[in-house]
Design a protein around this ligand. Structure first.
Ligand code: SF4
Length: 240
């Protein structure tokens, strides 16, 4: 790994550690984990020169072997994500839900179908983008994974993002958006506003399952996606 990239990644891990400390100071310690336990394994990877250049399949193999948290019992159903390894656009969900757990397919069920329709309306297909989860194993009966599971799994997500290096990240729903953006703001306030994550433009938006429950949100989600299309096109124009 080039020294420049190694330094950049070490800085990113330091920033992430600071982010988690800030969240604990905000009183979100019950939602977000002990920073020391989250990022140590990522730091080890940087030191070993693996992070940033590794193949997504290697990360997937590590996830399949992973027994780092209490969800390991469900790890036969771990879902790393799916998509194009050089995607310019990455969507991040919180964790696989019951339909993904049952089918073994990422982004399955009615919410996954709605996401496909949103992608089609953007002129894209799943094979053009990458779909990722913050936590790879289904959390079972609880709605969202707990702090220890987030702590154990976030390094995989960081490795995936560093491997893909997309131009834009879209976080789906409150769990993924709040986790990546160290915020306790409701998704209704966060959505539609550009943010930065690891020097990548990030757009928080409503989760497709929220849109199934509240179809009025579709207009807002589409407004967000129009901003994403515009920025993607601007990036392509800059590269011409
Ligand atoms: S949720 Fe993540 S950290 Fe926990 S066992 Fe599954 S892959 Fe490993």
């Amino acid at each position: 790994m080039p020294n420049e990239l190694k330094t950049e990644l070490q800085t990113a891990v330091g920033e992430a550690r600071g982010m988690l400390e800030d969240l604990q100071r905000l009183g979100l310690g019950e939602i977000y984990p002990d920073p020391g336990s989250i990022l140590d394994s990522t730091s080890d990877l940087i030191a070993s020169g693996q992070l940033g250049t590794e193949n997504l399949m290697k990360i997937e193999a590590d996830v399949v072997d992973c027994r780092r948290c209490s969800l390991a019992a469900e790890n036969t159903k771990a879902l790393c994500g799916v998509g194009h390894p050089d995607a310019q656009l990455v969507f991040i969900d919180g964790s696989p839900g019951p339909e993904e757990e049952q089918s073994g397919e990422p982004f399955a069920g009615a919410a996954g179908e709605l996401l496909d329709r949103i992608l089609n309306a953007m002129g894209l297909a799943r094979s053009d983008v990458y779909l990722l989860y913050v936590v790879k194993c289904p959390p079972g009966d609880v709605q969202h994974p707990g702090i220890d599971e987030i702590a154990a799994c976030v390094p995989f997500l960081i490795r995936q993002i560093e491997s893909i290096r997309p131009e834009i990240i879209v976080t789906l729903g409150s769990f993924a958006s709040q986790t990546l953006l160290q915020s306790d703001q409701p998704i209704a306030q966060m959505r539609g506003h550009w943010q930065q994550y690891r020097n990548i433009s990030l757009m928080p938006t409503l989760h497709p399952s929220d849109l199934l429950n509240n179809p009025l949100g579709k207009r807002e989600a589409w407004d967000d996606m129009k901003q994403v299309i515009k920025r993607l096109r601007e990036g392509q124009d800059d590269n011409c």
